[in-house]
Design a protein around this ligand. Structure first.
Ligand SMILES: Nc1ncnc2c1ncn2[C@@H]1O[C@H](COP(=O)(O)OP(=O)(O)OP(=O)(O)O)[C@@H](O)[C@H]1O
Length: 265
């Protein structure tokens, strides 16, 4: 099966600053990737390329087999699922949760008739159920907790049955319980072979769900390391990425990290 993402020597330059620097990266359909790096490293910019929202300044980016800059993006975008807080801000606060999820389908079908309405509504209810949201389907989006809103964003992103799911910091701002509930759901989704390829940006190794087996570390627009997660998420490589000593611990597939304690002199 063809790669869902293939970036070759991709650079992005803005205001004479190189935000991404010769990135080479391939994502296969059955892969789940986590992207980690400090503030300003270029993580969101990389995700925007994957979402076909921006083109490389140089190099080539193929998204779902279509080369950016040479393809009709209007046809490409419905095949991508994207959840980010920037997108969430565009959801009207008074919109019913069921509608927030279901309208994702209208953007794809571009039509509205009884047949589609029924199919879409059934699928929306199924997706809401999968993300523990069925009891909230009639609630206004703006009345939900942060954790519930994050799950609605993901439910909306998967509503169209995308070929790749892109998540920009899905666990940001969640309390411990909300984070763990989300990670459990994401872990289950990632472990399901029927799920699409997934790329998730995060700031914290604690937010890596089970089932994510690949990682890419970014620093100042450059790739520090990428590949199988346990060869990439290491104390040494995280220290290189964040520019300070980091001690990593791993337990049952979950990670935690803290600054190294300076050695006693
Ligand atoms: N359109 C733009 N014009 C100029 N600079 C930009 C533009 N977009 C992003 N940048 C800069 O590029 C760098 C990378 O931004 P990006 O948002 O991709 O980083 P990030 O790793 O997602 O950061 P954070 O973790 O803080 O969200 C930042 O220094 C940012 O200020």
């Amino acid at each position: 099966m063809a790669s869902v993402l293939k970036l070759t020597d991709v650079s992005i330059v803005r205001d004479e600053n190189t935000i991404l620097d010769s990135v080479n990266w391939t994502v296969e359909p059955d892969e789940r990737w986590v992207i980690l790096g400090p503030n300003g490293a270029g993580k969101t910019t990389l995700l925007q390329i994957a979402a076909a929202a921006i083109h490389p300044t140089s190099g080539t980016a193929d998204v779902l087999g279509e080369q950016l800059g040479k393809s009709d993006l209007a046809e490409l975008r419905p095949r991508l699922g994207f959840a980010s807080s920037a997108m969430a801000r565009r959801i009207p606060r008074n919109e019913k949760v069921l509608d927030v999820v279901m309208t994702a389908a209208y953007a794809v079908t571009g039509r509205w008739n009884e047949e589609y309405e029924e199919i879409d509504e059934r699928r929306a209810h199924r997706v809401l159920n999968e993300w523990n949201l069925d009891h909230l389907s009639e609630r206004a989006f703006g009345t939900l907790s942060d954790g519930e809103q994050k799950r609605v964003q993901i439910a909306r992103a998967v509503m169209t049955d995308p070929e790749i799911l892109l998540l920009d910091e899905p666990a940001a701002s969640l309390d411990l319980g909300g984070r763990e509930e989300l990670l459990e759901l994401l872990g289950g989704f990632a472990s399901d072979p029927r799920s699409p390829a997934i790329v998730m940006v995060t700031h914290h190794v604690e937010e890596i769900p089970l089932g994510f087996r690949n990682a890419l570390l970014l620093r100042k627009g450059g790739v520090v390391a990428q590949g199988v997660i346990d060869t990439v998420i290491t104390s040494e490589k995280l220290s290189d990425t964040f520019g300070r000593g980091i001690d990593l611990t791993e337990s049952d597939g979950r990670y935690s990290a803290r600054a190294s304690v300076a050695a006693e002199s």
